[in-house]
Design a protein around this ligand. Structure first.
Ligand code: UDP
Ligand code: MG
Length: 340
């Protein structure tokens, strides 16, 4: 009996399939990367602070000011005394992936909610997120229900990118998923262990694993302003995704090279036999020129792919920090400095 009291239940009675207990009212940190979002944050912060009270008594809205040039800084720092707001100002615009990483590094809630600060992520979806989290899910993410607001070309390219990536990489990324997510503390700690500099967050969420669940939703219109992601930025993110999660672009050249060699040996044989039978006629320049151009093009292309990977290696070797924080203003310090 004494032993039983010491060890609790015997090993046979421990249910290993049971999920860790989830608190009824966890502390919540909501990470909001913001680049020139003063107009939206003015409305979003009060709404969020009110809405999240449903789920938690310890709320923190962690706004990452990603080098905004508008009055994001003054709007947010003006709210610190009324709302549970912490502002992390980055020293310049580092991009959304770095801003999210800064948020993940500094968020210390039991539950971390990642959300855009332009008001496109509807709050009611968060109810679903918490429902699944309580049922033991470690990561819940929103997926765009339909993309009818996007151009055909963009939808086609997105589809192509994800199908190529899922075929060549070891990770599976939901093509309609985004950065609207709920992360359990365990996932946050796992993400902090990934040190790479060239980051596509969507790939990293998927790489860390854990149980996850998709919740379809329809994004709202932006409160103000326009999207920051143009074709150039999206394609550079796609390139990062590919080179960080797949080696297929490097390997495919072995196949292409092998196939070309076999074909050229066959072609050489044909020429030799033809010359033996019919004698030598003046060889055709066009076929030679075409061959050289084709091979030259392929070589440049493959060297380009090598360069892409070497550039990533270079940025990893330099080991510069992902972002720099120039200023931190928090409702916590605010309270502490108040006279008692
Ligand atoms: N964002 C950022 N840094 C950037 C670009 C965007 O922190 O360099 C933030 C932006 O403020 C917003 C979120 O990332 O909160 C999503 O950006 P956006 O709405 O432009 O993208 P979209 O909704 O079109 O994917
Ligand atoms: Mg947006």
């Amino acid at each position: 009996d004494q032993k039983r009291a010491l060890y609790g239940q015997s090993m046979h009675h421990i249910d290993f399939s049971a999920q860790p207990p989830r608190g009824e009212r966890p502390s919540v940190t909501c990470v909001l990367p913001a680049y020139n979002e003063a107009g939206s944050l003015r409305h979003l912060i009060p709404d969020l602070a009110e809405y999240l009270k449903k789920f938690s008594d310890q709320i923190e809205l962690l706004i990452i000011d990603d080098g905004s040039r508008d009055d994001t800084l003054s709007v947010v720092s003006g709210m610190v005394d009324r709302y549970p707001v912490t502002l992390l100002q980055l020293s310049r615009n580092f991009g959304k992936e770095a801003a999210l990483s800064a948020g993940i590094d500094h968020a210390d809630g039991d539950v971390v909610l990642l959300m855009d600060s332009d008001g496109q992520h509807p709050l009611y979806v968060v109810d679903e997120f918490f429902k699944h989290w309580r049922q033991g899910c470690d990561m819940v993410f929103g997926i765009h229900e339909n993309r009818s607001d996007e151009s055909h070309a963009k939808r086609y390219l997105t589809k192509l990118f994800y199908s190529l990536l899922s075929r060549s990489a070891e990770i599976e990324i939901h093509p309609d998923a985004g950065d609207f997510r709920l992360l359990d503390r365990r996932v946050v700690l796992a993400l902090r262990r990934l040190p790479e500099r060239s980051r596509m967050m969507k790939g990293l969420y998927s790489w860390v694993g854990f149980s996850s669940k998709a919740v379809p939703f329809q994004p709202d219109e932006r409160i103000t302003g326009a999207s920051h992601f143009c074709f150039r930025k999206l394609s550079s993110l796609a390139m990062t995704g590919f080179t960080s999660f797949s080696n297929a672009p490097l390997r495919v050249w072995m196949l292409i090279g092998a196939a070309t060699s076999v074909l050229s040996v066959l072609y050489a044989l044909i020429i030799v036999i033809r010359t033996l039978i019919f004698g030598s006629d003046i060889p055709g320049w066009p076929s030679i020129a075409a061959g050289i151009a084709f091979l030259g093009g392929m070589q440049l292309f493959s060297v380009g792919i090598l360069g892409e990977y070497i550039a990533r290696i270079f940025s990893e070797v330099k080991a510069r920090p992902l972002y720099l924080v120039s200023n931190e203003i928090s409702f916590r310090n605010q309270k502490r400095s108040e006279p008692q």
